[in-house]
Write a protein that binds this ligand. Structure first.
Ligand SMILES: Cc1ncc(COP(=O)(O)O)c(C=O)c1O
Length: 389
């Protein structure tokens, strides 16, 4: 019997090693892994470049306190700001810590402006920003908060795509609007560019901050470095995690100079956040993602994947309702519960994972090969036929 608490419903499968897009299980089978730790292993399993980077750093220094200068972190922060809207970065260890930090930064920004009551954050009802106390109450999901009261105050909610409910929820205590650019856990729901621009307009008009949670959709997964880039919207604060570490736990919050000025010494911290080992891996991930042609190729390959999945959907309209997502953050929304479909894919050696609204989430590594996508498509076609019978 496992000594681990039962807070996960684990599938009965374990792995002894991975290589690129594939995982080798203890049951002797080889699986095409289109979960990749839920959009974490941006460069696949056992990437030789990342292995070299981590080994090199491990021989030098793993960890020093943030009481000292960490050159690897200085470098990673500089590269993130040079390539994005951001002027400043704070490193963390996970996505939920990054969203927590975003909330803290927004509140403190208004506090130091002499508006301590302007401290409420407005989020989409049933969104997902992580599992800390603040993050679960930010998410506004009944299921996630069950048994975890008392309520963490300071959050209001509006409905996805509903400007009326959004405008109604804003009041003079609102400090920020926080949304996932692509709602991952809740079913790969993409916030359209026009709505992102509308959110920015509302924030400007009300003089409040815009936080775009890119923990799942950021770091190249959408085909752009950030999923909001096509909209040309400039957010104030962006939490990231997952893909930036390529499997090593890294979180970060990126922000403009304006809001960063509120984060004075002692206002926030983390023992592990930004340590040399993590920062070296982060830099190695960026070396690959910033390589000329990397994102261009990702866009090309994902366009092909979406087009082929849409052909499958057209052939099976009673099974697949919609192909959702951007880049390599893909959801197949089924007409019925997706559990059987995911199990059948697994039986055929393709690993995928569920998301809300009956969605099968498909998350290949960002350097996936066309032949691997073709292999996945073959399995998906086969399963569609099997389920239809
Ligand atoms: C959009 C978003 N925000 C925050 C989180 C929380 O990240 P973590 O699980 O690393 O704490 C997740 C995790 O899936 C996420 O998808």
């Amino acid at each position: 019997m496992s000594a681990l608490a039962k807070n996960y419903n684990r599938r009965k499968i374990a792995f002894k090693r991975g290589k690129g897009s594939f995982l080798y299980a203890t049951n002797g089978k080889k699986y095409l892994d289109f979960v990749q730790g839920i959009a974490v292993n941006s460069l696949g399993h056992a990437n030789p470049y990342l292995i070299r980077a981590i080994n090199k750093q491990a021989k030098k220094v793993w960890h020093v306190s943030n009481a000292f200068i960490i050159p690897e972190g200085e470098r990673l922060a500089k590269r993130l700001t040079q390539k994005t809207f951001a002027d400043k970065v704070i490193f963390q260890n996970s996505g939920t810590e990054a969203t927590e930090a975003a909330i803290k930064i927004a509140r403190r920004y208004f506090y130091l402006k002499g508006k301590p009551n302007k401290n409420r954050v407005l989020c989409i009802k049933n969104s997902f920003h992580g599992r800390t106390i603040a993050a679960i109450f930010a998410s506004g999901s009944k299921k996630m908060i069950e048994g975890f009261g008392p309520k963490a105050g300071g959050f209001d909610h509006f409905r996805f795509g509903d400007n009326k409910s959004l405008k109604k929820a804003i009041n003079n205590k609102t400090a920020a609007i926080m949304v996932e650019t692509v709602m991952g856990e809740r079913g790969i729901k993409v916030i359209p560019d026009w709505w992102l621009r509308e959110l920015r307009k509302i924030c400007n008009k009300k003089k409040i901050l815009l936080i775009l949670d890119e923990v799942q959709c950021g770091i190249g997964r959408s085909g752009n470095f950030f999923a909001f880039e096509n909209s040309r919207v400039k957010p104030d604060i962006v939490p990231i995690a997952k893909g930036i570490g390529g499997g090593f736990p890294i979180g970060a919050v990126l922000m403009t100079k304006k809001v960063a000025s509120s984060m004075t010494p002692g206002s926030h911290g983390s023992t592990f956040g930004g340590n040399p080992l993590a920062m070296s891996v982060g830099n190695a991930v960026l070396d690959q993602i910033f390589k000329k042609g990397f994102l261009k190729n990702l866009k090309k390959i994902s366009k092909y994947f979406h087009a082929e999945l849409n052909k499958i959907r057209n052939a099976h309209p009673k099974l697949i309702k919609e192909v959702r997502g951007v880049g390599l953050l893909i959801g197949l929304q089924l007409c019925k519960d997706q559990k059987k479909f995911i199990q059948k894919l697994e039986n055929n050696k393709l690993l995928t994972i569920r998301a809300g609204e009956n969605v099968v989430r498909i998350l290949p590594p960002l350097n996936v090969k066309k032949s691997e996508i073709d292999f996945a498509l073959k399995i998906i076609r086969k399963v569609c036929k099997e389920i239809k019978l």
